[in-house]
Ligand binder design. Sequence first.
Ligand code: TXA
Ligand code: MG
Length: 362
Amino acid sequence: MTTYWNVDQDLLPEGTERKKAVDSSIAQAAILLQQGETVAFPTETVYGLGADATSSTAVERIFRAKGRPSDNPLIVHIADTEQLSGLIQPLSLTPEHHQLMKIFWPGPLTLVLPVQTGGISPLVTAGLSTVGVRIPNHPMALRLLRSAGIPIAAPSANSSGRPSPTLASHVKDDLDGRVGGILDGGPTGVGVESTVIQIVNGQLYILRPGGITSEQLRSALPHITIHEPEREEISAVETPRAPGMKYTHYAPQGFMQIVQGGREDEVSAWIQRDIDAAKARGESTGILTFEERASWYRADLVIACGALSQPETIAQELYAALREFDQAGIQYIAAEGCEETGIGLAIMNRLRKAAGNKLVYV
Ligand code: TXA
Ligand code: MG
């Protein structure tokens, strides 16, 4: 059975009753974690499915609940930098790491660092010699981590392959009955996962684009080379990688392709013709677009996913939009793309994965 706690500050009535309810929910969730159970909790990016990183029995439960391949390592969540000792090898932090932690923690940046053997379950790192660590910037996540007092391994709280959850209801849809508890803290903020980075030989590699943009990393560390895997062809041999990025992710059940091009009128005309043809074949149709352009289209479901003028809103709404196509049983989806600057790099990374890399350039 899954215990469900509502700690959404915006929904509960204000006052001492609310404070008591939240305190007691966090305390119960922390105890479940200490007992080796799994608990889904909100972070500023997406909901995570947490378990005691030091216990293989607990970590095994995460993989089982999600149906996650065991060669895909988990990110460890901590409440403060003191918790790094015991987790990573002493003296492995460079001045660049310190600079990044100072600027971006708590926040959506995961640092991949040499793991301290014996510190956490080897299942967390999938046998790698490194571990991904971050301090999430969400009041409920921080309170839970502090109360539990242990490092918490937490992947996104979705079934493996589905879009990451940005609402507790998404977690429920995927994992109800399969996890110990769900802490509902309302909608998450950023909407896409943390940026995963590793520093190797003085150069920074973005292993997964996310909530902290490469522009932000560049201004924090102007003197070091930053590699963005998506923009460059780098040899597969010596480049560090996030093992999880090779899996199909976020994909809706229907067919989905991305349509891009130099001229927006040509893109929209192509999409409408393509969608009309699918409709004529008898398929239910969907279009993923943005607020500025939604009125241009006709389909069974047209989703305005944020506004191009405010790309953060696209990130916030993307995963919920992908889930909505499934709820409506849409069989054929055309998606527009956005510019790959700032948060747009992470948005397009996820959208391409969701579309299984099917891309039409008109
Ligand atoms: O925002 C986030 O990062 C969310 C919230 C819950 O914190 N978590 C999350 O976890 O997205 P997950 O498991 O869905 O994605 C973790 C990514 C995977 O692509 C994995 O391969 C990579 O991080 N990763 C973890 N440890 C790594 C390591 N030691 N080396 C390289 N990549 C690693
Ligand atoms: Mg995930």
